[in-house]
Design a binder for this molecule. Structure first.
Ligand code: ZN
Length: 289
């Protein structure tokens, strides 16, 4: 058996009548396991966190949604990657199963991150197969088990699910991705993998709600969504999944990770947006029943 240093995942169940709405925050974890063994500093590692995202959406359970959050940091192991998306350069020995590292993994940001940026490697050593397996079994798999259990429970009860996959993004997202953009990064980036992971009315509702609060909103630029929404979002089966990215300076100081004066008003706006999402889900579910 392999154990985490702490609860790998927090599950906040609906506090009132439930809705077929599940929210998950895979990157807001701030607890660093003792066996991380990183050479990079904590301040450097924390640049990978979507710090406070779970708190921004904390109204979800009171509105009938399940809210799931990772407590471990994504640079330790990223729940939003497949298990095959592992970088062989990290490992002291060859991985015994076939790997399929993607483009981001070659840049050092796969299942287990290799570097924060070009000049900041995370380790001064290779990882053993045993420690990678421990990260998978004690952290990654419990996160996926909690999320898939919530999705399955909702689908069994209601026959449908709407899922929000919650993130935040650095202000210099385009630069970090090595892309040029003619316009500044939007306040919110909604990702549905180019219209494939949810019904169009769902993304339109959230875009309209956010614009109504005065925010700029882009779709799939520069983030389309990765593993979790690709796996969960199958609109033909009444499974609707959407990624929401928030520009970090709206709510925190990117250097210190402390909440700024924008946090409370943003949280209030998101609670209102969530209430609109809940009303939409309730109406859609009633139409299906
Ligand atoms: Zn994220």
């Amino acid at each position: 058996m392999t154990h985490a240093d702490f609860d790998a995942v927090s599950v906040h169940e609906p506090t009132g009548p439930g809705l077929p709405l599940v929210c998950d925050s895979p990157h807001s974890g701030e607890r660093y396991p003792d066996d991380f063994g990183a050479a990079a500093t904590l301040a450097q590692l924390r640049q990978g966190e979507d710090t406070h995202v779970d708190a921004l959406w904390s109204a979800a359970p009171a509105l009938g949604a399940t809210l799931i959050a990772a407590n471990f940091p994504r640079v330790y192991i990223d729940p939003n990657r497949t298990l095959q998306d592992l970088d062989p350069e990290l490992l002291a020995q060859p991985w015994p199963e076939p790997l399929d590292p993607g483009e981001k993994t070659r840049l050092g940001k796969g299942l287990i991150w290799r570097r924060m940026d070009r000049s900041t490697p995370i380790y001064d050593r290779k990882l053993t197969l045993a420690e990678v397996r421990h990260r998978i079994q004690a952290y990654y798999e419990p996160y996926h088990a909690a999320l898939s259990q919530a999705i399955q429970q909702v689908r069994q009860r209601f026959g449908a699910v709407w899922h929000l996959n919650l993130h935040s993004m650095p202000n210099d997202a385009y630069e970090r991705l090595g892309r040029k953009s003619e316009h500044p990064l939007a306040d919110f980036v909604l990702g549905d993998r180019d219209g494939t992971t949810c019904e169009p009315e769902f993304i339109a509702l959230i875009e309209t709600a956010l614009r109504g609060k005065g925010y700029t909103v882009a779709r799939n630029d520069p983030y389309k969504g990765v593993q979790l929404i690709a796996q969960i979002g199958q609109p033909a089966l009444n499974r609707h999944s959407l990624q929401v990215e928030i520009r970090r300076p709206l709510y925190m100081d990117e250097a210190t990770r402390e909440r700024n004066a924008g946090f409370a008003p943003l949280q209030a706006d998101l609670s209102d947006v969530l209430a609109q999402v809940a009303a939409y889900v309730r109406a859609r579910q009633a139409a299906l029943a």
